[in-house]
Design a binder for this molecule. Sequence first.
Ligand SMILES: [Zn+2]
Length: 88
Amino acid sequence: MSTATETIGYACPSWCERPDHEADDLGLGDVPYHYGPTFGAFIGVMTPGAQQPLGTLDDENRDDRRASDFRQLAVDAVAAAEWLEAQA
Ligand SMILES: [Zn+2]
């Protein structure tokens, strides 16, 4: 009886900035999350598999925002939208 080892295959899309998926804890049949650029403090790109990239908005501290914080978020959101559109 032989012992078989399973290798999880994946191919990073060109925009993946963290291609070290060997460290990912994936189950058989799961796909890794690919990570693209970040835009400011709260916007990033994280997509399972090698499909079209999708943005994420991560703001755990939703209170106590000033007008300048919202202006920066708007600038970051426009940059993220332009990057996503450029990948289409
Ligand atoms: Zn990747």
